[in-house]
Design a protein around this ligand. Structure first.
Ligand code: 5AD
Ligand code: FES
Length: 351
């Protein structure tokens, strides 16, 4: 069964990506599998038309689990005395990039907690990787001063991922100590100004998040024209202040992915690792609801399980690079072509 008005509402959002807040809330607020199926099919169709029916790959290297931040949801927050901390050496980072390249993947995502790495040290790693391979480099190391972002861009970094987490000031403040949404937004603006292909996104289901806030954040991401948008369920980590909160709802997460596809159209949307780390692997479901990126983990085998943002993270026991073999199966299950290209922004010409 679909609710009265559902078809019209879906049509309005599909026709006009500048969707009304109440239409987004109406589509998020749904219990019917039939409505979900129609929404997901519409999103997959928009993905195929705007991006091609393909699934692209990014090789993920988690190079440090140190973090100076205190995000209440994250297992790496600095107050977690039980977290195992490591930092790869520059040589190990360059070696990881070789593994990604040898697997035929042309993008590496260098991700870490806010570990205070010296800007020049990371710039040197970027230059070395760029010197060896013609690959896109994506950074994801949190909030830093403009001059660091600029230094890394000059060294050859192409892209940057920084999830906004939420644009709601009160929710943002309740999840982060001593940080403001204004600073977050300023970092995102700086990244776009510097010419980075910029990715953002948020979790679905942290305590205090409402459907209204999700709708507002979906609209925000579309208006800012981010090149990449990551959405995953909140998964409570036992060593954080949110240990006893509920896991984010799977269907609501998938509806959010689908609505982002309808409103941000030609953005790259990962089927996130968090979606693969619930009671089973739901990444195919995300691909069927409009996602089109998968990020296999290329961190060295002995550090993978130490990068524990949330518990139950998938693929932590596999050998490095094993996930690459799994990718063809995911793409096939979702009816997508497996695409090994760099897959630059579809929104702007790279600079
Ligand atoms: N569950 C799900 N996602 C999380 N993240 C951080 N902690 C969790 C958690 N407990 C997400 C945040 C962050 C990204 C790297 O991982 O959105 O930006
Ligand atoms: Fe990691 Fe399948 S994606 S083993």
């Amino acid at each position: 069964m679909t609710r009265p008005g559902f078809t019209d509402c879906l049509e309005r959002v599909r026709e006009n990506p500048d969707a009304a807040q109440e239409d987004l809330v109406f589509l998020l607020n749904n219990e019917s599998p039939k409505e979900d199926a129609l929404l997901f099919a519409a999103a997959a169709d928009v993905r195929d038309r705007y991006c091609g029916a393909r699934m692209v790959l990014r090789g993920l290297v988690e190079f440090s689990s140190y973090c100076g931040n205190t995000c209440h949801y994250c297992g790496l927050n600095r107050a977690n005395g039980k977290a195992e901390r490591y930092r790869l050496t520059p040589d190990e980072m360059v070696e990881s990039a070789r593994l990604v390249w040898d697997a035929g993947i042309q993008t590496i995502v260098l991700q870490a907690g806010e570990d205070g790495i010296a800007a020049q040290e990371l710039a040197d790693v970027i230059s070395r990787i760029k010197g060896e391979h013609d690959m896109a480099i994506t950074l994801s190391v949190g909030e830093r001063p403009r001059e660091d972002y600029a230094l890394w861009k000059d060294a050859g970094a192409d892209r940057y991922l920084l999830r906004v987490e939420t644009t709601d000031p009160a929710l943002y403040a309740s999840l982060h100590d001593g940080r403001t949404v204004e600073t977050r937004l300023a970092c995102l603006d700086t990244l776009q100004e510097l010419g980075y292909q910029t990715g953002s996104g948020f979790m679905v289901g942290p305590p205090g998040q409402t459907l209204d806030i999700i709708a507002q954040d979906i609209r925000f991401l579309a208006q800012r024209e981010y090149d990449m948008i990551g959405i995953g369920p909140f998964i409570p980590h036992p060593e954080t202040p949110l240990a006893h909160a509920k896991t984010g709802d799977l269907r609501l997460t998938l509806r959010t992915v689908a609505l982002i596809r309808l409103t941000s159209r030609n953005a790259w949307l990962p089927a996130t690792t968090a979606l693969g780390s619930l009671d089973q692997d739901y990444r195919v479901d995300a691909l069927r609801a409009g996602a089109n990126v998968v990020m296999p983990n290329f961190s060295p085998a002995d550090v993978k399980k130490k990068y524990e943002i949330y518990p139950g993270k998938r693929c932590v026991t596999e050998q490095t690079g094993a996930c690459a073999g799994c990718m063809a199966g995911l793409a096939m299950a979702a009816g997508l072509e497996l695409d090994y290209s760099r897959a630059d922004s579809l929104k702007r010409v790279p600079v």
